[in-house]
Design a protein around this ligand. Sequence first.
Ligand SMILES: O=C(CO)[C@H](O)[C@H](O)COP(=O)(O)O
Length: 144
Amino acid sequence: MRIAIGNDHRGYELKLKIVEWLKSQGYEVTDVGAFSEESADYPDFAAKVAKAVAQGQAERGVLICGTGIGMSMSANKMPGIRAALVYKPEYAALTRMHNDANVLCLGEMNGDDLNMEVLKVFMGTQFEGGRHQRRIDKIQGRCC
Ligand SMILES: O=C(CO)[C@H](O)[C@H](O)COP(=O)(O)O
């Protein structure tokens, strides 16, 4: 599976850990930056990751900023993107099972250990389909 990942300055250190783990698990990773802790604007990286996922260059995306909030606001502007800001592993499972989230947004302030748990659950959980597909169709504007 191909993963596009992006961050601002606050997400840089955690991004390095996540990329290392993803590669160790066999994921193909495209890192769109930022590539240092120099101040950077999160919407720039959210747009790159969202575009890669929406255009099919990656199956999933990961975005990290201080809170994850700005990244989720930005990524969800892109049609076809279902970006979920997740702070707890339980919700990582639910947003994959129910929302078929294709971009995970993390807040560096949530702590590395919890964020890594969230990531692992997100990557390892499948969409359930069924009634949830009907609701996703409504999000995407394919009916009603
Ligand atoms: O969390 C974020 C957006 O939701 C950003 O990481 C945060 O706003 C950056 O702030 P600063 O420029 O003060 O480091």
